[in-house]
Design a protein around this ligand. Structure first.
Ligand code: GLN
Length: 413
């Protein structure tokens, strides 16, 4: 019941279709960059160390808690206590699920507000914890596209009155994701203030999914953690990811940060979900955290991804397909409504039943040879029409992959 059709998640569905079609896989957001030596060495060293291969305390290993406290005291602009204000989780995914489990009353239909498109894991995780998702879509400002049809991610906005109208007696949590997957929107200070004012007015908890914290491409819109706004630390749990920060999505190491009163129940839930996350890579993450800012890796990554973004945007400029220009994260939402699918093109039933965005994505995967993810997966059925012409492509890829994609995309012309 957690899947749209066929008992399969969209990532597996399109990874399988991409492999079968030998497509350039720009679907699921995994990187194919070679990891730098200091990260490989860190993981090798920790896996080889007997002391790092047994259970860790549920909250996390002392070294990684200290390294997180050090880095995020700077980012969140306050002195963090590693013993009470952080939990190390099995990726950001599990952090968010643990928070839902901690704060939603099973069977109560406590409500959680999601801004659509919303990462596809949120909805099932809310339901698994006994809550009810309530959706509000981001919408493009009418007429904001340029002559080529390109829209800035800044122009996909929330109607704050509509957001307020979605808040009920039952609302407990708002989930914010900035930089945003898949739109690439980096919420501005004004937008964050408006959300904060509502969270304070109605006494709501904010989960701030900031896994793309380091990937902001426009100096005009730097990443601002909502927890740094006045009165927000007390009601925010911020979520981060070693996989995203260090380009190692398979590590499944993330962390949540917030005030003790919110972190303690999340730790209890985390303990009952996985008890603790894998020890050697927690320890490796502590080394990566200590080194990645000072040795220039974090800064360089941002430059690399910025170049990847330019490359993929140019590939679509060249074939005249417009997109939402992302200010952050590593996805490009391409408007493929102009693409003509031949009448005799056959879709497997499991794709056809899923709707237009899936069909477009499938056509690109099997016919053009470049695969993506249908962004309608990030929507409730009532709002999915907003994204039905779009395909999401990930640009966290090396030049050879992006060049090959550009070459294949020529077939769209
Ligand atoms: N966050 C990544 C993406 O959106 C990975 C998602 C996943 O594998 N579940 O592509």
């Amino acid at each position: 019941s957690y899947y749209k059709s066929g008992g399969i998640d969209v990532w597996t569905l399109f990874n399988q279709a991409a492999a079968k079609a030998k497509a350039v896989n720009l679907g699921q957001g995994f990187m194919n960059f070679e990891s730098p030596e200091f990260i490989k060495k860190a993981s090798q060293k920790c896996v080889a160390d007997d002391a790092c291969n047994q259970y860790s305390p549920p909250r996390g290993r002392p070294n990684v808690l200290n390294a997180i406290a050090k880095r995020y005291s700077r980012i969140l602009d306050r002195q963090l206590d590693p013993a009470s204000e952080i939990v190390v989780t099995a990726g950001a995914n599990e952090a968010i699920y643990a928070i839902f489990c901690a704060f939603l009353e099973a069977g109560s239909n406590d409500e959680v507000i999601l801004m659509e498109p919303a990462f596809d894991q949120y909805t099932p995780n809310i339901k698994m914890a006994g809550g009810k998702p309530v959706y509000i879509p981001l919408r493009p400002v009418p007429g904001s596209e340029d002559a080529s049809g390109i829209v800035s991610s800044k122009d996909w906005t929330l109607d704050m009155a509509e957001l307020e109208a979605k808040i009920s007696e039952k609302t407990k949590i708002i989930v914010l994701n900035t930089p945003h997957n898949p739109i690439g929107k980096v919420f501005t200070k004004d937008e964050l203030e408006a959300i904060s004012n509502l969270a304070k007015k109605y006494n709501l908890l904010v989960i701030s999914d900031e896994v793309y914290e380091n990937l902001c491409f426009d100096p005009q819109t730097p990443h601002i953690p909502i927890a740094t706004l006045p009165g927000m630390w007390e009601r925010t749990l911020s979520v981060y990811s070693a996989g995203k920060l260090f380009g190692v999505t398979g590590w499944r190491v993330g962390w949540l940060v917030g005030p003790k009163e919110l972190v303690s129940p999340s730790l209890t839930a985390h303990t009952r979900i996985v008890f603790t996350t894998n020890s050697p890579l927690q320890e490796a993450a502590s080394i990566a955290l200590e080194e990645a800012d000072s040795n220039g890796f974090v800064k360089d990554q941002k430059i690399v991804y910025h170049k990847c973004r330019s490359k993929l945007m140019k590939a679509f400029d060249d074939v005249g397909l417009p997109y939402i220009q992302p200010d952050g994260a590593y996805f490009l939402l391409v408007n493929a409504s102009k693409v003509e699918i031949p009448d005799d093109f056959e879709f497997p039933d499991e794709i056809a039943v899923r709707g237009k965005s899936d069909m477009l994505t499938y056509f690109f995967t099997t016919h053009i040879g470049v695969s993506g993810i249908p962004p309608t997966e990030f929507y409730s059925p009532e709002n999915a029409h907003i994204a039905e012409n779009y395909i999401r492509f990930a640009f966290c890829k090396t030049d050879d992959i992006l060049d090959e994609a550009a070459k294949r995309l020529q077939a769209v012309k």
